[in-house]
Design a protein around this ligand. Structure first.
Ligand SMILES: Cc1ncc(COP(=O)(O)O)c(C=O)c1O
Length: 457
């Protein structure tokens, strides 16, 4: 019988994060201050983040040591397994070899604690007592709640209202780890109160929840803000995934032809592909395909503009160059709450713009169909976000079948869907719907892009 799981011991877990920045053929466009529209300096970010994370944001060091205390917490669930999806391959009757790296075994159930633990650690070291954040599906909020609890920090989570209502158990999970969780828009901030006055039924968005969490952090002493995706340091922390996967693919005696992952802000998939893209950037693996998958209803990489835009709804967060649908865009309430972000990580956008990674958009119903196939073959019930990546993995495997090619496909499996049973119920009872691409809303939102000085356009 051939091997199904590729397992690393704790001693084989990476002890450094991989930073792609020194390996980029062109540097990243600089982030700009939301007020002055000039490049941000470390002092501008200090009210929000600890200095170690600010340094990591712009570091040109190829490898950054993972602090011992962070490694110890990672050992609670890392290294995660790499699986060969024999049963899915057999069901699809494909000559493709499908592997998946499963991040759902972390205590909160996804990749998110890889950065939450690191961020809580650096904040604690700087003497911070309280951290605020936003959450979409609740995976990030519960990961930060988990991490803050381990390092003795208070945690307040602004949860996008539509997800708050869809996923009560995520909120209870955060509370179990000692965090406070409120629906966003909330009456707790000026941003939230303004939005509620304008639209009491507002379903919320990640951009709006970010504004609330940032406002809370800058108006409270001893409080910092923490972001679960998009920023360079977040992607950096996630590279434990790809580094482990590289070793495990070596154990399996293969190198991927195609790597597939879902992208909301870009962190789980970048964590997987960055160590591999290093080979592509160096010209060693020119044919490697890296496919980012996003929802058709919130298609920043496939339909957005590559432009400077605010990271949040209210225009308080830094302005970064990214593929964006406009920071005021309110995405339809799809169940993949973690993919409802108007922009995308600048690093992912930069690599997409330079042609090193591809992007595909998929409709909601097709992603659940793929998720159910995965559950009925491999057993794992996946998060709605992950189902996007599973959809394209299956599509690529079926293409291999049509073309008679035996490609190696590596799927970044970002988490389980045990708190998403409401969404599965809707799908299984035929109530789930597709949302068309809201073209008019995007056109409107793109009118609100900030004016930036000519040299940054
Ligand atoms: C399970 C899961 N996968 C993917 C994502 C998307 O985020 P990112 O693109 O930062 O990995 C989320 C976000 O909440 C998530 O919970």
């Amino acid at each position: 019988m051939e091997r199904t799981k590729f397992i690393l011991g704790e001693k084989e877990m990476p002890t450094r994060w991989y930073n792609v920045q020194p390996d980029l053929p062109e540097p990243l466009p600089p982030p700009l201050h939301p007020g002055t529209k000039q490049p941000l300096g470390p002092a501008d970010l200090a009210p929000l983040f600890p200095m170690e994370l600010i340094k990591q944001e712009v570091s040109q060091e190829r490898y950054i040591d993972i602090p011992e205390e962070v490694q110890q917490v990672y050992h609670l669930w890392r290294p995660t397994h790499l699986h060969r999806a024999y049963r899915l391959e057999k069901y699809l009757d494909t000559p493709a070899k499908i592997y998946y790296k499963y991040e759902g075994t972390s205590p909160p159930g996804s990749h998110k604690p890889n950065t939450a633990v690191a961020q809580a650690y650096y904040n604690k070291k700087e003497g911070i007592k309280r951290i605020t954040t936003e959450t979409g599906a609740g995976q990030w909020g519960s990961s930060l709640a988990f991490a803050c609890n381990l390092f003795g920090l208070e945690c307040k989570v602004y949860m996008v209202k539509v997800s708050y209502n869809q996923k009560p158990y995520r909120r209870i999970m955060m509370q179990t780890w000692g965090a406070t969780c409120v629906p966003s828009p909330s009456p707790d901030t000026k941003t939230g109160r303004d939005m509620l006055a304008k639209d009491p039924e507002c379903p919320g968005s990640l951009g709006l929840a970010i504004s609330e969490a940032v406002e809370d952090a800058v108006t409270h002493k001893d409080t910092h803000y923490s972001l679960g995706s998009v920023l360079n340091h977040v992607l950096l922390h996630q590279t434990v995934i790809g580094q482990e996967a590289m070793k495990q693919m070596e154990m399996a005696g293969v190198y991927p032809d195609i790597i597939v992952g879902c992208v909301g802000g870009g962190s789980n998939f970048a964590g997987m592909f960055l160590p591999f893209v290093k080979d592509k950037l160096a010209g060693r693996k020119k044919d490697l395909r890296i496919i980012c998958v996003e929802p058709e209803s919130c298609p920043s990489l496939t339909k957005g503009l590559y432009a400077y835009d605010y990271g949040d709804e209210a225009g308080m967060a830094p302005i970064v160059k990214m593929f964006t649908l406009g920071h005021t865009f309110m995405p339809p309430p799809v169940h993949a709450g973690g993919l409802r972000y108007h922009g995308m990580a600048p690093l992912v956008c930069h690599l997409h713009k330079l042609g090193f990674v591809e992007a595909k958009a998929v409709p909601q119903l097709a992603t659940f169909a793929a998720g159910v196939t995965f559950a009925r073959t491999e057993g794992i019930i996946s998060a709605p976000e992950t189902n996007h990546a599973i959809r394209v993995t299956i599509d690529e495997a079926l293409k291999c079948k049509r073309e008679g090619k035996s490609k190696v496909i590596l799927l970044a499996h970002s988490g389980h869907g045990h708190f998403d049973m409401g969404a599965y119920e809707q799908y299984l009872s035929g109530k789930l719907q597709d949302y068309a691409y809201p073209e008019d809303m995007v056109k409107q939102a793109l009118k609100s892009l900030p004016e930036v000085p000519a040299q940054f356009r």
